[in-house]
Design a protein around this ligand. Structure first.
Ligand code: FAD
Ligand code: 2MC
Length: 384
């Protein structure tokens, strides 16, 4: 299958984006994904090459060099890139979310200072919402930002920050007002501002091509012109960023599942047991059919969420939650099934299937756990 089936779901002009991204994934990413994982390398040179094709600011406006694509095209691109390395693509997706937040809510001066380098990926961005004491309950965060003279003084710590220690620009959600979401503001913090430091590099099951660290703020001095949007707008900015983030992460899961099915097809056609190929057993064939159908159903829901984001629909955030829930759960199951079809070989690090399985596992946890996605969907259903 594989590619033919993917192509069926999109229009002709969108195929161009898909084949450009797939060709980049095949040439620049797939041959290295194993070593990036084993050696825990964030391939900054490859990110910069990707930025030349527009991957650094896919849905930023053209004013400062963005690609000005829709979320639908972005989803197609992240899916295709993920077939070459899920973890690296997911990092690119977080970077894109940060660039979009500055593009959408920044002043002209913030945009002109940060966007050109972010979009070129000469500088990398990280998104900092989670704290040790506030994960799913993000609005309870306790990092503070106190105004003093022409500066804000930030104190607190952020947990699990993707790109932490390696990124240059951190979008930090901190409390400038009272309890709850309305007391939160968003700051653009450079890695060399006084008072920012980073924790140890976390050891992870997957997503190893990108570092994850705590970001520690001790009387961190941030110029007041680095407040993004207005005081109290930070939670809303963070959530709007995450709507796109969730379709992006869901798209990365689509890519993992697509690659897993391709690997399963390759393996089961060649591997023989009981005198015939594994692919000739009806159990294998039916499983493959279920996997392809499940991938396609996830894909349609992700593309629908992306379309609603593009249309500015009020239903978009719920669809983004549905797409993230469905695609990250189902695509992880597809990776698991594909690993099973490899038998013992699937469990060996010599075979790439285990990396898709490991890398896609965390998509059910981050950018809002899938239980939080169910909370968002059910709240909408039950609203009076
Ligand atoms: P908790 O909130 O403690 O949840 C634990 C369990 O309880 C989960 O299963 C959860 O679904 C469940 N639960 C919680 N509340 C409810 C409820 N009301 N109803 C039902 N079940 C509930 N964060 C960032 O800000 N920036 C990043 O770049 C970033 N990168 C990450 C990278 C990695 C590799 C990982 C693992 C995490 C990253 N995160 C990042 C953090 C991630 O968003 C959080 O881990 C996630 O939101 C869950 O928070 P938590 O880990 O505190 O779990
Ligand atoms: N889009 C737009 N606005 C949103 C929104 C969304 N998806 N979610 C919430 N809001 C708004 C909401 O409309 C409300 O605004 P207003 O008061 O003007 O009506 C405000 O935000 C507060 O929302 P709630 O009243 O729903 O707040 P509550 O605290 O009950 O729940 C919840 C919010 C659980 C949905 C939010 O805390 C959440 O999404 N938690 C998960 C945290 C998360 O996703 N973390 C990811 C970190 S990043 C990461 O993992 C990476 C790898 C980068």
């Amino acid at each position: 299958m594989g590619r033919e089936l993917t192509v069926l779901s999109i229009l002709e002009d969108e195929q161009e984006y898909q084949s450009m991204a797939r060709s980049f994934a095949d040439k620049e990413m797939a041959p290295h994904m194993k070593s990036w994982d084993e050696q825990e390398i964030l391939p900054v040179d490859v990110l910069k090459k990707g930025a030349e094709l527009g991957f650094g600011g896919l849905y930023c406006k053209e004013d400062y060099g963005g690609s000005a694509l829709g979320r639908l095209e972005t989803s197609i691109i992240f899916e295709a890139l993920s077939t070459g390395c899920v973890s690296t693509t997911a990092y690119i997706s977080i970077h894109n979310m940060c660039a979009w937040m500055i593009d959408s809510f920044g002043s002209e001066s913030q945009k002109s200072r940060y966007l050109p380098q972010l979009i070129q990926m000469d500088k990398l961005g990280s998104y900092c919402l989670t704290e040790p004491g506030s994960g799913s309950d993000a609005a309870s965060l306790s990092t503070t930002a106190r105004k003093s003279g022409g500066k804000y003084i930030l104190n607190g710590s952020k947990a699990f920050i993707s790109g932490g220690g390696q990124s240059n620009v951190y979008l930090i959600m901190a409390r400038t007002g009272g309890q709850g979401p309305k007391g939160i503001s968003c700051f653009i913090v450079d890695n060399d501002m006084p008072g920012i430091s980073f924790g140890k590099k976390e050891h992870k099951l997957g997503w190893n091509s990108q570092p994850t660290r705590a970001v520690i703020l001790e009387d961190c001095e941030v110029p007041e012109e680095n407040l993004l949007g207005s005081e109290g707008q930070g939670f809303s900015i963070a959530m709007k960023g995450l709507n796109g983030g969730r379709t992006n992460i869901a798209s990365c899961s689509l890519g993992a599942a697509q690659a897993a099915i391709e690997a399963a097809l390759e393996h089961t056609k060649v591997r023989k047991q009981f005198g015939q190929s594994i692919a000739s057993f009806q159990n294998t064939q039916f499983k493959l059919a279920d996997m392809a159908t499940s991938l396609q159903a996830s894909r349609l829901l992700v593309r629908q969420a992306a379309r609603l984001l593009d249309a500015g629909s009020p239903a978009a955030s719920v669809y983004c939650a549905m797409a993230k829930l469905k695609a990250t759960d189902d695509c992880y199951q597809i990776c698991d099934q594909a690993l099973q079809m490899h038998g013992g070989y699937g469990y060996l690090k010599d075979y790439k299937i285990q990396q898709y399985y490991r890398d896609s596992r965390v998509h059910r946890i981050l950018e809002g756990t899938n239980e939080v996605m169910k909370m968002i969907i059910s709240r909408d259903l039950l609203v009076e």
